[in-house]
Design a protein around this ligand. Sequence first.
Ligand code: FAD
Ligand code: DHB
Length: 397
Amino acid sequence: MLTLTAMRTQIGIIGAGPAGLFLSHLLARIGIECVILEHRSREEIEGTIRAGVLEDWVTHLMDELGLAERLKREGRPDTGVTFQFSNRRHHIDFIELTGKQITVYAQHEVIKDLVAARLHSGGPIVFSISDVALKGIDSETPAIAYRDSGGAAQELRCDFIVGCDGFHGPSRQAIPPDKRVEHDMVYPFGWLGILAEAPRSWHELIYSNHERGFALLSTRSPQVQRIYIQCDPHDDIAVWPDDRIWAEMQARFAFDGWKLAEGRIFQKNIVGLRSFVCDTMRYGRLFLAGDAAHIVPPTGAKGMNLAVADVVFLSRALDAWYKKGNRDGLERYPETCLRRVWKAERFSWYMTTMLHRNDAESSFERQIHLADLDHVVSSRAAATALAEVYVGLPIDP
Ligand code: FAD
Ligand code: DHB
């Protein structure tokens, strides 16, 4: 007969991405217990290459939580970004417009810092689990059934379950489909992202609108650069040999008297772009946070920041529940998050449509996007509107 081992905690978290890990640190700070269940290994989550830009308040939050030691040393504070179009480059000065900046620091470095600190303080993260099933989410006694890395059946009983398991995880699917309200939009664009051993070519990020397609120049360190180009979302990476990638990048960033520095490409992959929101961020004793509840296209760098915002709101609501028995925050959790989520959705959709080449659009629509860019770089009001969302809207009410 199979034996089942049961464990108990206050908050059962599924997924050790930015949402789950930040939540565990925020809860530890206010004395609430949690366990994170993660289906990949520590090496895998620490090696997955994704985001790079932290909003101003996220950097401050990491500092407050005692997690910013390496970020301060290795992250690059950026005081603005460059928009390139029609053979021109324009600097948008975040400091001048908003008093705030962003920090370029890779998501997997954030993950490494949060995992190390959590494990160091004895906080449980259970890696390499499988067969996760959410039980009793509409009862007072929810639980997460799973198999541990050795294949043994386990159960984590808790007061609340938080689904931080990304877009493809099981948590959102545990909400009955007839109770879920969802909004979805898939773009006809993909991003081919590379990491290359090369020196920095420009002092800040460049977002380039080019007739051959969008391109984005970012960085990881003085020796490693992160660059993205728009491609067909269905492309096999095999149709993109390195010399084709560099030729395309040189074309899309071409600028008089300047050349993109090239080097050895050591990582490349393609992702599709989509916008998605599940308004039903709470169902009974299940809460969804981060990509489990919403996806933005990466143009504008909002996804990870939004995941952190969700769990800040959730930790405040859980604090009020455990310390004062006040359920209001928990009940209003979806409404509180969604106000920020929809603004980020709008911004990411706007940046994506303004900067990408869409062959389904008419020449009229293409000219409108160029006029929009021209407005952003020539009007202080338009630049400020863009900058205040880029650096991060305020997290406090
Ligand atoms: P995830 O990071 O997806 O984490 C979910 C975790 O749950 C994973 O570790 C997964 O293994 C685990 N999991 C899944 N299923 C299960 C299961 N069954 N059981 C247990 N665990 C499970 N955002 C920004 O803010 N700034 C940027 O600059 C930026 N750039 C991006 C560039 C690219 C190319 C891409 C693809 C994304 C970018 N993003 C950016 C978005 C950002 O990476 C995501 O929004 C962020 O990872 C969401 O965090 P999360 O914790 O919600 O989900
Ligand atoms: C990066 C990713 C983004 O989506 C973005 O808008 C800016 C920078 C990055 O990975 O560095």
